[in-house]
Design a protein around this ligand. Structure first.
Ligand SMILES: [Fe+2]
Length: 159
C-alpha cells in the first residue's frame, strides 16, 4: 500500500501514446459505436472507417470465408488489429539477418490481437467457415497498404 499525496493531480492521458491494442479492444467492447456500419460484401473484404482523430484511424472490417488482404505492409504506420468474431489466419514473412526467408502462421480467435509497425509484412485471411469481424487501428498516417509479392529467394518484395 502507498499513500497518494493530497495535492496529486492526475495528468490527462495522451491518446496518441495509448497502445493500439488498447484502442482496438476499447472499440471492440463498444459495439454500439460500429455495429450499424457492419456489412458483408461477397465481392471483396468489407472495410469502413469508424473514427479518425489526430491519434490515428480505426477501421471495421468483415471477412467472408476465403476473403483476405494479400501480402502487404503498412508503410511507416504502426497499429494493431483485434478479432471481434470468427477466426482470422495471419501469415508473417520476413528476411532474417542471415538473409533467410522466414514465414510464420497463426490463427487468431475472437479477442486476440496483433501489433504491426514499419517493416512488418503480412497477409490476413479468413480461412474458416464462418464470417469474421475485426477492428484495426492505424496510428499517425492513417490506413496505408502497400502490396508485396513473395519471392522464394529474396522474400517479400514491394510490387
Ligand atoms: Fe495489415
Amino acid at each position: 500500500m502507498f499513500a497518494v499525496p493530497a495535492n496529486t493531480v492526475a495528468v490527462a492521458e495522451n491518446p496518441a501514446l495509448r497502445h493500439p491494442v488498447r484502442v482496438a479492444l476499447a472499440h471492440a467492447a463498444d459495439r454500439a459505436s460500429w455495429a450499424h456500419l457492419l456489412r458483408y460484401d461477397p465481392e471483396r473484404r468489407f472495410a469502413v472507417l469508424v473514427s479518425r482523430t489526430e491519434a490515428g484511424e480505426v477501421w471495421l472490417m468483415s471477412w467472408l470465408p476465403g476473403q483476405g488482404t494479400g501480402l502487404h505492409d503498412h508503410g511507416r504506420v504502426d497499429g494493431a488489429f483485434t478479432v471481434v468474431s470468427g477466426e482470422l489466419s495471419e501469415l508473417v514473412v520476413r528476411r532474417t539477418t542471415e538473409g533467410r526467408v522466414r514465414e510464420s502462421r497463426r490463427v487468431l480467435a475472437a479477442g486476440q490481437s496483433r501489433v504491426f509497425g514499419p517493416g512488418y509484412v503480412h497477409e490476413v485471411r479468413n480461412d474458416g467457415v464462418d464470417p469474421a469481424v475485426s477492428l484495426h487501428v492505424y496510428r499517425a498516417g492513417g490506413r496505408t497498404l502497400r502490396p508485396y509479392a513473395l519471392d522464394p529467394l529474396d522474400g517479400p518484395v514491394p510490387r
